[in-house]
Structures are given as structure tokens and as C-alpha cells.
Ligand binder design. Structure first.
Ligand code: ZN
Length: 308
């Protein structure tokens, strides 16, 4: 991946790879559509309401849905669309405005089937899918989720997670330590034997809002791992193919016991944890970095620890 300072074509036409990257995500498509059908300008709260209503088919949408949409728009999707010059997103006023550039992707939006083919499939068929030209630099904006409003949403989001079976363990720790180690746990259901999933949103939601320093994301399993890399959908498939090829499926001594030595070996390559920088409760990831859970012996339910 290149290390260019910005979108390679920030001043020229969008590249097909960039268009793919924008449109493969359903929430981004809905955000663009909502803006287009509105006045072209909204604040992020109105936009979240609109997108959540379209996603759920309920108007007004459930509050927790609106809040999770808000967090992902504010944190991930709008900064990305802003980087590509498709919208102007003002982090402080929380105003989002479509830019003229959206016309370059509208032609592709029209051909999206309602159901069936994924975006990747559409683009492959129409032969416009090419390796995306990425900016791998770390340009995450300052002030992510820094405002009081955002924190309120994060709190609510975590409460929602609590309702979904996320447990929070407070360890007492030695009394003289000023910072008490904190750990949050959530579970992820994987779909197949070798499965790489993006868990960034779950991890971010699990990070306490006052966390500064580092967080450790850890799986308590010997046939699953944690990695940091890009969550582009085809690349996730490439990771799976690579891990499948990297280790022979059988012929290992441990197979005499339970037949899954290949799963252990793939997990060995990945590692069980990643330590990530965090500021004011927000992961300081590069623009293209995501936290990935690498399932090597699924499908099953995996427990992920996030420890500050
Ligand atoms: Zn085993």
C-alpha cells in the first residue's frame, strides 16, 4: 500500500477503487442518499436519524440504533467521505454537506440492486473493480468523540452493549495504584472455520471514555487471534486464503488428539492480542486500520477482552 499523504486523486477524478471503497458500505450509501434527498446539508444528528430509519424501516428508528449510527458516521464514514472530497464534514459544528464530487459516484449508485449482489459482485461484473488506491497514512482527526454529546452517546452505546451480554469486570487492584485496571469483555459469533471479521466498532465501544494510553485487545483462545489491518472486504477474503494456504490442513501430531493442529498453527501466526494507542477513549488507529478477529476453528462464539 502506498504512503501518499492524501487521497491520490483528491483533485482529479475519483478512482474506481475509491468509488468501490465508498459504495461497498451500505451505511455510507444510505448517508449519501439521505443527503442527496435532503437539502444536501444536514447535521450529523439528523443524518443519523435518517440513516437509522432507512436501515430499520422504522420511523422514528429505535434510539439505540440511531446512536450506533451516529457513532459510526461521526467516527468512520463521514471522515472518510470528507477525505475523498465527497462531503464536507465539520467536526465542530457537526454539519455535513454534499460536494459536487458526489456526481462521480451517483452513476454507480443507480445500479445498486436492492437485494442479491453485493457491491463487490456488482463491481466485479462491471469490471470496474481494481485494487483500491489507498492512503495508509495515519490521519485520524483530532477531537474524535471528544465532545460531551459524543460521550453521552458512547455511554449509551455501552449500555446497549451491556444489554447484549457485554460484561464489565472491575478488578480491585492494589489500593495505591491511581489507575484501576479495567476490563470489558464481549463475544463474537463467527460463521465458518476460517473467518476474519472486523471488530473495530465493538472494541471502540468497549474502551472507557476516559481511557488514555493503550488498550490491549486479547482473545482467550488457542485457535483464534487478533490482528490490526485493513478491513476491505476482498482483503479479508485474501487473509483467509493466505492463512488457509500457509498451513497444511493435516499431518500434524496434535491431530491425533483433536484434529485441529492446523487451527492452532494459524492462530500462532496471528497472535492472541494487539496493544493499541488510545486517547480520551478513542482508538488512535490509522485511517485504514481496523481491529480484526481471526477465527481459525469456527464457527463458534469467541470471547474478546479489552483491557485498559
Ligand atoms: Zn486442539
Amino acid at each position: 500500500m502506498s504512503e501518499s499523504a492524501g487521497s491520490a486523486s483528491a483533485n482529479g477524478a475519483l478512482e474506481e477503487g475509491e468509488i468501490h471503497d465508498v459504495l461497498r458500505n451500505g451505511r455510507r450509501r444510505l448517508a449519501i442518499r439521505s443527503l442527496r434527498e435532503g437539502e444536501g446539508e444536514m447535521n450529523v444528528r439528523e443524518l443519523s436519524e435518517e440513516v437509522a430509519a432507512r436501515e430499520t424501516g422504522e420511523d422514528p428508528p429505535p434510539r439505540d440504533k440511531r446512536q450506533s449510527v451516529y457513532v459510526s458516521l461521526h467516527q468512520t464514514h463521514l471522515p472518510k467521505l470528507d477525505d475523498l472530497g465527497i462531503v464536507d464534514y465539520d467536526n465542530d459544528s457537526k454539519r455535513v454537506a454534499l460536494r459536487d464530487r458526489v456526481r462521480e459516484i451517483e452513476v454507480y449508485m443507480e445500479v445498486v440492486p436492492q437485494y442479491g449482489l453485493s457491491w463487490g459482485g456488482v463491481l466485479l461484473r462491471t469490471r470496474i473493480a481494481r485494487p483500491a488506491h489507498h492512503d495508509c497514512g495515519s490521519r485520524r482527526r483530532p477531537g474524535h468523540l471528544g465532545s460531551r454529546d459524543d460521550r453521552g452517546f458512547r455511554r449509551l452505546l455501552r449500555r446497549v452493549d451491556g444489554g447484549l451480554g457485554v460484561s464489565r469486570v472491575q478488578s480491585a487492584g492494589p489500593r495505591h495504584l491511581p489507575a484501576t485496571p479495567r476490563m470489558t469483555t464481549f463475544t463474537v459469533d463467527t460463521d465458518r472455520r476460517l473467518h476474519v471479521l472486523d471488530i473495530t466498532d465493538r472494541v471502540e465501544a468497549a474502551v472507557p471514555e476516559d481511557a488514555n494510553g493503550t488498550v490491549t485487545v486479547f482473545v482467550r483462545h488457542t485457535t483464534a487471534g487478533i490482528a490490526v489491518n485493513e478491513a476491505e472486504s476482498r482483503l479479508l477474503g485474501d487473509f483467509e486464503a493466505f492463512l488457509a494456504d500457509a498451513v497444511d490442513d493435516d499431518g500434524w501430531d496434535h491431530d491425533q488428539l483433536d484434529g485441529n493442529a492446523d487451527s492452532h498453527l494459524r492462530a500462532l501466526l496471528v497472535g492472541a492480542s494487539e496493544t493499541l494507542p488510545v486517547s480520551d477513549g478513542t482508538l488512535d488507529l490509522g485511517t485504514w486500520q481496523s481491529v480484526l478477529l481471526v477465527e481459525c476453528d469456527g464457527p463458534r462464539s469467541r470471547t474478546v477482552d479489552v483491557r485498559v
